[in-house]
Design a protein around this ligand. Sequence first.
Ligand SMILES: [Zn+2]
Length: 124
Amino acid sequence: MNFRTQYFNNITITSETEYQALCAQAEIPAHTVKQIAEHEYRLTYAEFDATEWAAMTREEHCRQVIDEAYLAYLLKLAKARARNRAPKPVEIVRCDCGHDIPRRMQMSASMGTSCPRCYDRMSD
Ligand SMILES: [Zn+2]
């Protein structure tokens, strides 16, 4: 059973500013990204049992829940960044005609490789 979501099921965090505002509202210090990452394992894999949860203060409840939501946001951001990686730089090649062009535009003529403009000349 996940006690955290039962207590705080309306918290969604979409930015660091919002995270800091929620921490201020709960009157707890905001954690750095590094601090949050350090207890990622516990937040991801460890559910608190009822006794453990009951022993925590409200401040600890807030800290755990806010950090978890912010961690989820950070992971989502990291995934999005990985998906939107910059495309490969265009590879420029030198053709036998003497011109430098992107590889995908290179043509094969009878006298060697060629740029599109020199294709006719290079095909003699
Ligand atoms: Zn050329």
